[in-house]
Write a protein that binds this ligand. Sequence first.
Ligand code: G3I
Length: 333
Amino acid sequence: MAPLLNFLLASLLGSTIAACSLDAHIKKAGKEYFGVATDPNTLNIPEIASIVDQEFGSVTPENSMKWDSTEPSQNNFNFAKSDILVSFAQSHNKTIRGHTLIWHSQLPNWVTTITSPTVLRAVLTTHITTLVTRYKGLIHHWDVVNEVFNEDGSLRDSVFLRVLGEEYIPLSFRIAHAADPDARLYINDYNLDFSGPKLEGMVALVNRLVQQGVPVHGIGTQAHLVVGNGAIPYFRGTLERLVSTGLEVAVTELDVRMAVPVTEERLRRQREDYALVVKACREVQRCVGVTVWGVSDKHSWVPNTFPGQGAALLWDEEYKKKLAYEGVESALA
Ligand code: G3I
């Protein structure tokens, strides 16, 4: 009961974006939104709900729209968590980036064991159509395919590639487009932050899709970065390479992790790194918005995946703004 009460209380907090919010700043700079990843498990925390409400104009479901949450067994759809996120967004005037329809990870076993192209095509069609139709008109961007590349720019092994070949990618976009022709459809990946084969693989695939008339509208660059990583100064160049395809681009999962425990020096460098990334989006006309991958360091995915690293977000574990927040503000001033 307590989490539900917390959630309701948090939902009752003001729903007007403060004039000095990150979202207001980025809109003044001509962009569409400053967004954040969240879900019912973090929105349940009043401090988080309040920050999401006051600072951000867009939300991305961190986990609740993934295949293992929404269709854990065949045709058995569960929208309990994603509906909470969507209803929060509606009542607090946020747009939504849907994440994600087709991904090799967080994919239930009943999908990964399919070997028949006919069966997989039907399963993929049902999954995409059901999700996109449920939230038709409510989701402004969908990450249709996520992380389809290896680091060398070739397509990543997955049940989709093994059984259907590259064709699963245009197929997924066409199905999503048929279900909601107004949603902007994205291909999303990480490690596109420096020049190299993965970035070029993305550009080449998108060019092929565009030539084939596939309804793909944007490229998401996740931007899971590391403090002091040499790639960050080149971030603007990689955005420009991505928009050379003619598509728009969005920074979709920004965080900048560091070795822990944190030091003042690392926090200062993190402020500069955040500033560089956000400034790059600001300066590249077809970069439409920035999403950070969570509110507080307390709930970030980073320490679980990279032991010894953390502190990647804009608010610390006590929900206090970090220097990184100032870095973002300065880039948008
Ligand atoms: O839902 C179960 C819960 O029932 C169980 O009690 C708990 C115990 O550990 O685990 C819960 O599942 C976790 C899930 O997050 C929901 O909290 C998984 O273990 C955990 O692995 C999962 O991590 C997510 C990760 O994707 C999975 O790959 C992170 O929260 C999420 O931030 C992360 O997000 C991805 C993007 O979708 C794609 N790009 C990379 C990014 C970071 O990995």
